[in-house]
Design a protein around this ligand. Structure first.
Ligand code: HEM
Length: 190
């Protein structure tokens, strides 16, 4: 890992710290069950790739990082969460964006302002809320009715080759509110 945030002429700002393949086996998932919750220890791989920049309306430039996260249960070694999307960085406004999709029929566009004064660790923090016109959540009719995602918060901290994240997904499911959480610490393998 280098302190240089410019890759092939594109300035990725704090997102440069993400680039690489990360692995971690200390994950803990807390997810909803009809009679309460289940806790799933997990391991995972996340690949972050620098993919260049885009311009919007000839006035906004975003540096983009594409990622793919594959998560497996420790108990049976099977994949039980698969997620893909982008992290984007607008250096003019210090804005971070995180778009994600999961194969349950749920998409999120979360955003936040990067605090550049605190770089050790580098901390990326984004949020979205159902109904928010800026940073929102889209989901299928089935999910809206039966397993509604109402909020999303994601915080990643990176120090050298160690990445820690915590994620909180607010759900309305089985007639109650549930805080679906996931945390892990990963190391960069290349
Ligand atoms: C490491 C990340 C994650 C893991 C390991 C994980 C795992 C799980 C598990 C085990 C369930 C219960 C499934 C079942 O009972 O059949 C679940 C439910 C759910 N998750 Fe996640 N999840 C993760 C992240 C997310 C994210 C980022 C979102 C959305 C933004 C999300 C949305 C949901 C929803 C809507 C449900 C309810 C569906 C149901 O339980 O039937 N999850 N998740």
């Amino acid at each position: 890992m280098t302190n240089n945030t410019i890759i092939e002429g594109v300035d990725y700002g704090p997102l440069a710290a993400l680039i690489g393949t990360w692995e971690g086996n200390k994950g803990m998932d807390r997810s909803p069950e009809p009679d309460g919750e289940e806790k799933n220890p997990y391991f995972e791989t996340i690949l972050f790739e620098a993919i260049g920049d885009v311009t919007n309306a000839e006035s906004q430039t975003l540096a983009a990082v594409r990622y793919h996260q594959v998560v497996s249960r420790q108990s049976d070694q099977k994949v039980f969460h698969n997620e893909t999307g982008y992290w984007m960085w607008d250096s003019n406004t210090n804005t971070l964006m995180h778009s994600l999709t999961i194969p349950r029929g749920v998409c999120v566009l979360a955003g936040g302002i990067y605090n550049a004064s605190n770089t050790s660790p580098i901390t990326l923090e984004v949020k979205a809320k159902l109904g928010d016109e800026n940073w929102g959540i889209i989901q299928s009719p089935f999910m809206l009715k039966n397993a509604r995602t109402v909020s999303f918060e994601h915080k990643i901290s990176i120090e050298g080759d160690t990445l820690t994240y915590s994620e909180s997904v607010g759900l309305e499911i089985y007639g109650k509110d549930f805080d679906h959480t996931d945390t892990n610490t990963l190391n960069r393998s290349n």
